[in-house]
Structure formats: C-alpha cells, structure tokens
Design a protein around this ligand. Sequence first.
Ligand code: FDA
Length: 579
Amino acid sequence: MNQIETEVLVVGAGLAGATAGVLLGRHGIDAMVISRAPWVANSPRAHIVNQRTMEVMRAVGLEQACEAAASPGELMANHVMMTAVNGLEFGRLWSWGGDPTRAGEYAHSPGHGCDLPQDRFEPILIGEAMRLGVTVRYRTEFVGLEQDAEGVMTTLRDRITGEEFTVRSKYVIGADGGQSPVAEAIGLPFEGTAGLAPALNVHFEADLSRHLADRPGSIFWIFQPGREGSVGNAMLRMVRPWHEWIIGFVHLGESVRSLSEEELIAAVREVVQDDEVEITIKGMYPWMINHVVAQRFQSERVLCVGDAVHRHPPMNGLGGNTCIQDSFNLVWKIAAVLRWGADPALLNTYTNERQPVGKNVVDRALAGWHQNPDVVRALGVDPKASPAERQAQFDVLFEDSDAGEQRRATFEAAKQDKRFSYHAHGTEMNQVYSSTAVAPDGSPTAQVTLDPLLHYSPSSRPGARVPHCWVERSGHRISTLDLCGPEQFTLLTRARGARWVEAARAVAAERGIPLAVHRIGPGGDVADLYGDWSRVSEIGEQGAILVRPDQHVAWRHADVADDPAAALREALTRCLALS
Ligand code: FDA
C-alpha cells in the first residue's frame, strides 16, 4: 500500500477543516486536507458569520474576500414575522447586530458580521489553503487510524480508483462533521441527545424583492394560523437577496421528502402567496436537530474540531462560527509543539478551553429552539382547534380590547426573549479561557451588570480576547487586534513600556519564539490618538499584556515589573508548556 508523509492530516474540508488548512499553511506546516465529498458543501447551510469569525478572517487576510462574497450586515438586520411573504407582517425583531440602539456594543470589534452561505465561504478558505501550499484532496475517504508514540497512521480510500493508501503524520485533525468517523475511531465520549427531530431544507429561486427588500433580513418566520390542515409554520431564509432562498416547512415535517416538484412549488407558493412570482426548486436537503457535545475533544495525537464534537440546532447561527474558532484555538498550539519547542501537554488545553465553549453553544442553541413554540403559545393559537377558530384566536392580537392588549403584551415578551437567539452578542464574544495556557493575574472577576448572553463585556483579563480599539501606525488607522498576528505571540504595552520592549526582544531571541512587541502611546511605534487603549487595556503606563496567536490574553502585568525579562520568561514558559 502506498504511504504518504505529512506533518498534519486534516480529515474534512468543511468550515472547520478548511480553516485549519489555512492556519496550518500560514504556519508553514506541511499539511494535507482531505474530504470524501467531490467538492465544497452542496447547499448553503451555515450562513450567519459573526464578528469574532470576521476577526479570524481579518487575521488571515481573508476579510475582504469574505465581505465581497457575502450579504452585508444591513441586509440581515431584521427577523420578520408574517403570515405570508405577500401577507400581514405582525412582528419584527432586530437581529445580528442590526439594532441601532446597540451599535456601540458592536463597535468593540473591527469586524462586521455578514451573511455568507457555507457553499460560498468554503471555496474562499480552501482556495487560500491551497495557495499557501496545503495539499487538498477531495473524493478521499477516511477508513481508519492507529496512533503510536511518534505519530498517526491513517488509512484513506481514493473514491475514484477505490484504492486504499496510508498517511503517516505527527497529528490528525478530525474535522469530519456531525457523523465524525474520526471521533468514533478515537472513542470520544459524547453527552446529550442525538436525533431530536428531523428537518428538511428546500432550496429555491424566486424573485421576492418587491415584498422583502424594504424589510431586509436573513430569516423570515411565516405563521399561518388559519391554514387548512395544520397551522402553517415555516422558516424562510435568505441565501442571496432577494432571489435565492431556503425554506424549512415545520408544519410539513417528514412528509416533505415524498413531495413531487409540483407539490413543493405549491407548498412554497402557499408561503409566498403571490401568483406572479416564478418559483424554481433547486434541491432538498435533510438534516437533524441534535443536542450533543463530546466530553473531550481529543485523544493523544488526534484532535477533533467543529461538528465532529458539537452538534446543535442552527439557532444563534453559532455552528459554523464555532467550527472556525475551534481551529483558531487549536492550530497555533500544534505549531508551537512542532516549531517552538512547546511540550505536547500544551495540546491538552485545547479540550480544556474549547469543550466548555462547545457545551455552552449547544445548550444555547437548544434553548433557542425551545423558544420557538413559546412564541406560538404567546399568540394564543391552539394547534388542535379548527382553522377558523385558530384564525379567530390569532386575530385577537389586533383587537381594540382588553384581551387584545393582554395578547400583545404576552406576545411582545415572548418576542423579546427571542433576542437570545438573534442578537446574542455576549454568547459570541464573551468566550474566556481557563487553562494552563493562560496565567491568571489574581484580579477579581469583573462585575458584569448586563446579561452575559446578550452583551459583550470587553476585558484584558487573562483568558479573554484582547480588547479592540482603533490606534494608528505609520499614518494608518488599525485595530489593536491587527497588531496580534496569528503566527506569533504579541506583547502590547503602553507609553512607558520601553523596558518591556527590550525584555521581549531578549526573551524572543533566547527562546526562538516569534514574539512581536508594540509600545502604544507617546514615544511608541503605535499612537493611541483617541486615548482608547489607555482605557480598554486596563493596565498602567508601565504594564504589559501578552497576547496568544489566537488573540486571547495569555498573561498581563498591571504595571511596573522589577525584572520584565524574568516575568515574561515565566509567563511564556507556563503558557507554552516550555521546559
Ligand atoms: P461539515 O459537515 O461542514 O464538513 C465535514 C467535512 O468532513 C466535509 O468536507 C465532509 O466531506 C468530510 N467528511 C465527512 N466524513 C468523512 C470521511 N469519512 N472521510 C473523509 N471526509 C469526510 N452554522 C452557523 O454558524 N450559522 C448558521 O447560520 C448555520 N445554519 C445552519 C443551517 C442548517 C440547516 C444546518 C444543517 C446547519 C447550520 N449551521 C449553521 C451549522 C453548520 O452548517 C455546521 O456547524 C458546519 O457545517 C459544520 O462544519 P464542519 O466543518 O465541522 O463540518
């Protein structure tokens, strides 16, 4: 059997695997990404790209390519509730950063969330990975693996010739999605419930611009209480404004699978209710509602990312984002072990840091899924009643009566709870790590007064993502995140940080670790013209913040240090598990 050698093998070329490929390529690691599919995702699937993911894309130079291929944030600003596309709109919720009263909160990032369907996102990532020299092979299937003290032997099958071959690598990243044969091969233990409900997406084309362009959004809820048969309940998702769509017919359930093309068109037309609109069905894609997370994400030299280790409903649009952020956490650690002399124990921090995030994400998404029936209940519609009775129950919402006032209050409260699914900036940005790759500074946990699921609280405490603010270098406005490249550690200081600069250069040379250093303020290489860094850094003028390649704070020193080199050496030794 033929054998190929590579440093890292990535099984799976979805958002998680393709991102790992880009990051490995940027580190100059010899890597191979394989997928059993012929090409990228065959349907739009994940589409909400949050600010944190756009920060990752900015860090790897792909922000502009993503923005050019995406629908911008302003076209996703609303979640609209209506009885038909050409029907009555009865509620609207700001979504995905669209609420003008919360614009200030979303200014804590240089990135803008956008709507980038997975089948358009994956080619950007995989193209970049290949440009960086990563070998990418489609139609290549994972068969099995065995690992020993030195590496992993993986058996693959070429799906064109049927021939099997082996790949010998130092590490394997399992990015092989919700059925993950890699997670199964290494016996990862899972908790939660799989297969909670089947779902089916119908992909279609129809020019709906005259009905929806003036109330732009990514997700439109179509609720038809008086529909013959069961209550009409469908989620219409914009793929491309305003002519390409995905629809999930909650009310048709599994029966959608057996519908002919004419019947599907009729079902879409029932939701659109405009006979002049031409409807073309493009495909039908089944998927499953799960609530599952692995208790650990790795076994020795095999580490799993993305849906391989967390599977959940699409509420909050966290799936693809979490996949990308898993890889951003993992790949620099592999690079640190392969290139910077870090002990392989550093890799254990991957599970320690990302498993709690994965668990929070699946729990949050499932809570959002459970909130959908709450909104229906709040509308006072009894699904078992006759169509005429249900319509009458729904019409109370518009009555000039005490019952109408009560119904509107109940509905509004349930609607506001849906903010947790559509506007949960805190869930996306408050991911704080605790592991041996972070050195706590003993400072008390910040008192958070706002709901941490809804609102992001910037902090430079060790473990948190380093705060963003605008600064200036060589006449250009840049983000503090732009100073923290993904293939290096970065020491950020303030105006009186000259001793830290000197210490960082000495320690970097001594340990052979890429360590950039910036002095932000008067006399430094970066100007703090707005004075924001002096505030958000939460350190004194002689303090310093050590930032990891994934832009999370490894360590900070609030002010002057007796021996900056010794302090920095100790911090790096801990965070990189150096001997
Ligand atoms: P993914 O499943 O994308 O990729 C797996 C890869 O592994 C593929 O390349 C596959 O070919 C390969 N593979 C599998 N088995 C293999 C084998 N034996 N050998 C070799 N290769 C193998 N997320 C989000 O962030 N925002 C959103 O709005 C949505 N919306 C959404 C809607 C719907 C309907 C669904 C079903 C899902 C979402 N998601 C989402 C979730 C999102 O789609 C999901 O989290 C990501 O696709 C998972 O990406 P991965 O890269 O982990 O796996």
